[in-house]
Ligand binder design. Structure first.
Ligand code: ATP
Ligand code: MG
Length: 662
């Protein structure tokens, strides 16, 4: 059970901070200061509204004295007071509404700026940062943490206007009647008790409620993401029971929170009433010339007002703390300096020579634990090299070093004679095409997903390319063809189709150096046939590193580099390495070779005449036709087949495919 996962885990950290409040407020001011005229104006409006709220009971108190205390009330005076009261109420309302509007604008602008900065920093951050942090954690830097900042700002303005109101009210009370002001002071011990209570038990229970709520949504997200696994292992009920337990825990905290508020608000009302009664008793007890009827009314209103802000302050204090902690986490991102960056004297990469040389390269994710060790080899311009090795051998890491996601801990990598560290990151990454182990597709149309490789390409050119690599068949068969909307990460497409889209995308980008990390999952027969032909087209004329998991791929490359536990143990052609009878031959006989099926050994040789009829005989007629169909063919057979395929027209290729995938 993973109670520590999901948003709940982040909330646990929500009140911790590493920088001083002053530093954090300074950082906040960097953003808020940009709008200082508006902030100042909003402060003024708060002042005006507070003054209005302080004055309005004073007007009623004057009115009461004028109406009740004299036998013949001065109607004109009362009418004037009425108009002033009305105008003041209207003013307070307009000022508050206007201020809400201004604050909303300032907050929206600030949120936009902070989010933009945080996002830009995250995009530029090293891959090591992204690997280290959980993706949910990173997302929350941009979303909930920045939200938390604006919530903090809202609470801050509310609390400060309440405080202003309390202080103003008290001054007015002293001016009206120091005796009633004294009664209001009786509220202080109660307010102190409340603040202590809320600050301790109240805050704890609010925190627990938020945390367990986060756990419920985290668990729900996790269970739904793994729903297929839960189904296949028949563990749906187990998943439900975990959620039930968490829900019950949350329910318990909600109950406690409800009870707390049910106790708190009536308690505040009771204390207010007690203070009001005191005010009435004292007012009645004092001689009429010492206090007027209107003043007693004023006392009642003001004494009631006294408790609210204190309640507010103690309730929202944790929110302010957690906003500062959010600012702290946001600052962590903003102060992050990437290790991999363009040197000030870096030049644009020259692609005249696209050979790649690893010179004694060692890489450690964790200090003193090398995952690649003293790797030295050279790949010639236009050469295709397969990287093979057991899982965890360091293949993906090697690919990441070529694209300079990380810099080697020791040693250097060269393209031509240029050290990767001496060229600009932009030009380097533009000249290298990386197809990762898990191809990533965006929630957009097929067309736009492919165009991602080169936004300038026309629709016509894009269709041509897809035809060339044989992707148009399956794309045309999609509900809206090229305009079919894909779901995030290409759910709903087969893994072969996803790879086809990434291959087309990479071809559009036309990188001179290609790094392809083949998906470890075996492709089905249909996908295998699709992808293999497209890969042939993709590799053509490019210096290619392919982390190979498929027999068909390693048979297509010039040389093979074999890695074991981070060390380059063998390097040579397929035949050379088989003859060596070492790690590669063991890998080949235990893993790759079994990807071809034995029956294919006696695959009929294709006559050279008609392409289509020959193509039909290239493939086995029964069994599992495209399942790595030519895996066990001799090198000559394969060369012939490749040549014939390259000669075929698009129409003929299509017919061939249709034959095997009716
Ligand atoms: N971000 C990381 N932090 C620490 N160690 C890592 C990290 N990424 C990979 N490793 C470790 O580095 C070693 C090489 O990993 P790598 O992903 O390069 O293997 P691989 O050869 O691509 O494996 P596979 O065939 O399973 O894809 C492994 O032992 C792995 O645990
Ligand atoms: Mg890998």
């Amino acid at each position: 059970m993973s109670h520590g996962r999901g948003p709940g885990r982040f909330m646990m950290e929500s009140a911790k901070k590493t920088r001083s409040t002053k530093q954090l407020l300074g950082r906040l001011w960097v953003y808020l200061g940009k709008f200082w005229p508006w902030v100042l104006f909003s402060g003024l409006l708060i002042l005006v509204s507070t003054l209005g709220q302080i004055i309005s009971p004073l007007i009623i108190s004057q009115g009461l004295d004028a109406a009740v205390a004299t036998a013949s009330p001065d109607i004109e005076f009362l009418t004037t007071l009425f108009v002033i009261f009305l105008a003041l109420s209207l003013l307070v309302w307009i000022v508050n509404a206007f201020n809400t509007f201004i604050l909303a604008r300032v907050k929206a602008n600030m949120l936009h700026d902070v989010r933009k900065d945080v996002f830009n920093h995250l995009v530029k951050a090293d891959m090591s940062y992204h690997k280290k942090e959980q993706s949910g954690n990173i997302t929350s830097r941009v979303t909930s943490d920045t939200d938390e900042l604006t919530t903090g700002l809202t609470v801050f303005t509310q609390v400060s206007s309440q405080l202003l109101l309390t202080v103003g009210t008290f001054i007015l009370l002293v001016m009206t009647s120091w005796i009633i002001a004294g009664i209001a002071l009786l509220a202080i011990p109660f307010a102190y008790f409340l603040a202590r209570f809320l600050g301790g038990y109240g805050r704890r229970i609010m925190y627990q409620t938020r945390k367990s709520y986060g756990e419920v949504s985290g668990q729900m997200a996790e269970s739904l993401a793994g729903v297929s696994i839960a189904k296949s292992f028949n563990r749906e009920e187990w998943a439900s029971s975990i959620l039930y337990d968490l829900n019950m825990k949350t329910y318990g905290y909600y109950k406690q929170l409800g009870a707390l508020f049910n106790f708190l608000f009536p308690a505040v009302s009771v204390v207010s009433m007690v203070l009001v009664s005191f005010t009435l008793i004292v007012g009645g007890w004092l001689p009429t010339n010492a206090i007027s009827f209107g003043e007693i009314y004023l006392g009642i209103i003001l004494v009631q007002r006294f408790l609210r802000p204190i309640l507010h302050l103690s309730m929202f204090y944790p929110q302010l703390q957690s906003s500062l902690a959010a600012m702290d986490r946001v600052t962590d991102v903003l102060e992050q300096v990437p290790n991999v960056k363009t040197k000030h004297d870096a030049t644009k990469i020259s692609l005249e020579d696209t050979s790649v040389k690893f010179d004694n390269v060692t890489y450690e994710y964790v200090k003193d634990t090398p995952v690649l060790e003293n790797v030295s080899f050279c790949v010639k311009q236009g050469e295709k090299i397969a990287i093979v090795g057991h899982t965890g051998a360091g293949k993906t890491t090697l690919a990441a070093l070529i694209t300079r996601f990380y810099d080697p801990t020791h040693g250097n990598i060269f393209i031509g004679n240029q050290n990767l560290k001496d060229v600009t990151l932009n030009s380097l990454q533009r000249s290298i095409g990386l197809i990762p182990q898990e191809p990533y597709l965006f929630a957009d149309t097929v067309l736009e997903n492919i165009r991602y490789g080169n936004p300038e390409i026309s629709d016509g050119e894009l269709y041509e390319l897809c035809k060339l690599i044989g992707a148009d068949d399956f794309i045309d068969a999609l509900p809206n063809g090229y305009d079919t909307m894909l779901q995030e990460s290409g759910k709903g497409l087969s893994s072969g189709q996803r790879q086809m889209i990434t291959i087309a995308r990479t071809m559009l980008a036309d990188p001179k150096i290609l790094v392809l990390d083949e998906a470890t999952s075996r492709l089905d027969a249909y996908s295998e046939s699709l992808v293999q032909l497209a890969q042939l087209a993709l590799f053509k004329g490019r210096t290619t590193f392919v982390i190979a998991h498929r027999l068909t791929t390693i048979r297509d490359v010039d040389r093979i580099a074999v890695f074991e536990k981070g060390i380059l143990v063998e390097l040579g052609t397929h035949e050379e390495l088989l003859a060596k009878d070492g790690v590669y031959s063991e890998l080949y006989y235990t893993y790759y070779r079994h990807q071809g099926i034995e029956e294919l050994k006696d695959v009929r040789k294709a006559p050279d005449s008609s392409v289509i009829s020959s193509s039909s005989s290239m493939m086995p007629e029964s069994g599992n036709p495209m399942m790595h169909g030519h895996a066990n063919m001799s090198t000559e057979d394969r060369a012939q087949m490749k040549e014939r395929f390259e000669k075929m027209s698009l129409e003929e290729r299509k017919k061939l495919r249709e034959k095997f995938h009716p």
